[in-house]
Design a protein around this ligand. Structure first.
Ligand code: PMP
Length: 354
């Protein structure tokens, strides 16, 4: 059937973002945490729900949550902006600092939503390239900045889907030389040894985005945030829809942060498990890239990535199929799961590759 009306011309040719889900025993395709938050988290959230005034709009400024995030990072509450997933944080940034006539720079391959959200908000996308091993060269960054003068420059560290961190030197250079806003997406930040949070100050147009979806084991809640200068947060507060953070989510996020020690212990466990998985992959006929995240990118050397993905699905193991993505020819991405899930993945992969 032809649609009775057409969308905006620039949207007509765009694809939506998809991460296909299949009914399998072992799901290692969306970089979620392998285990839920502690039981005490659920009990405290349940107790707090009784105090919600359901007939009233929620606290528009999400004061308690904002203060808790600010305390976590040792910044002022005015330096924190939260939204429904870090994707909505990125969207609010693009709505505020991108838009028609402005450019956002991305360095591919990277998180697909950076360019997708930029385009949806009418922002022109300038694409810089990583080298064949997905390393970003500072000269490439400089030439993109010089040629396109982006209003927004996206970095992603650790980078999805490669898992690699951007070196501190490179982030510092971009922070010093980019003409507009620098967004460092640290959705996987707690898995990595260094954070750009130390570059955030009161003036510099640089923000670091984080999410509750991975390290905090709260993908179901849809909650993310940024830390940045207060003048920029004030701008985002104007742009985002009123009451965008519902009362339930505000409670869940605030309570989650009480369990920071448990989060750190989970992250340490995942990092250890990542080491075990990478060591096991090294014995197989695959190329593996060094990961500082909760996932690992690999490429079967002797079989097509697409076929290996299908064979894994047949064995009820789902990983992310990046094999046909630009610049990621033949690559697959596996999320670190529980030791049992990772064993199931490794056993299936050994079988498939043999
Ligand atoms: N940034 C990166 C790099 C991601 O990989 C993801 C999730 N896949 C997000 C942001 C978005 O996370 P969320 O919206 O769940 O906070």
């Amino acid at each position: 059937m032809t649609a009775p009306i057409e969308p905006r011309a620039d949207l007509a040719l765009m694809e939506g973002y998809h991460s296909p889900q299949l009914d399998v025993a072992v799901r290692l395709n969306t970089n979620e945490a392998p285990v839920p938050p502690p039981a005490a988290f659920g009990e405290r959230v349940a107790a707090a729900l009784g105090a919600i005034d359901w007939h009233r709009y929620p606290d528009r400024s999400y004061t308690a949550l904002r203060m808790a995030i600010a305390r976590l990072h040792g910044v002022a509450p005015e330096q924190v902006f939260a939204a429904n997933g870090s994707n909505e944080v990125l969207q609010t940034l693009c709505l505020s600092y991108g838009g028609p006539g402005r450019t956002a720079a991305v360095f591919e391959p990277t998180y697909a939503l950076h360019s997708h959200i930029a385009r949806i908000t009418g922002t022109t996308v300038a694409v810089g390239e990583r080298d064949a091993d997905f390393v970003l060269d500072v000269d490439e960054v400089r030439s993109v900045l010089a040629e396109t003068s982006p209003a927004i420059t996206f970095l992603c560290s650790p980078n999805n889907p490669t898992g690699m961190i951007e070196p501190e030197d490179l982030v510092r250079t971009v922070a010093a030389e980019a003409p507009g806003l620098v967004v460092v997406d640290e959705a996987y930040g707690q898995f990595a040894p260094w954070s750009a949070l130390e570059l955030v100050d009161g003036e510099r147009p640089l923000v670091v985005t984080r999410t509750f979806s991975k390290t905090w084991s709260m993908a179901a809640a849809r909650l993310g945030y940024l830390v940045g200068p207060a003048w920029l947060v004030a701008q985002l507060d104007k742009v985002v829809l009123p009451y965008h953070l519902d009362a339930l989510k505000q409670v869940a996020g605030t309570v989650a942060l009480v369990f920071e020690d448990e989060m750190r212990a989970r992250v340490a466990g995942i990092v250890e498990e990542r080491g075990r998985l990478v060591a096991a992959l090294a014995d197989l006929a695959v190329d593996v890239w060094p990961s500082a995240a909760n996932f690992v990118l690999f490429r079967p050397r002797e079989r097509s990535g697409d076929q290996v993905w299908k064979d894994l699905v047949e064995r009820s193991v789902l990983v992310r199929n990046c094999a046909s993505w630009p610049r990621l020819d033949g690559c697959l991405r596996v999320t670190i799961g529980t030791p049992a899930e990772d064993d199931a993945f490794l056993a299936a992969l050994r079988e498939v590759l043999s």
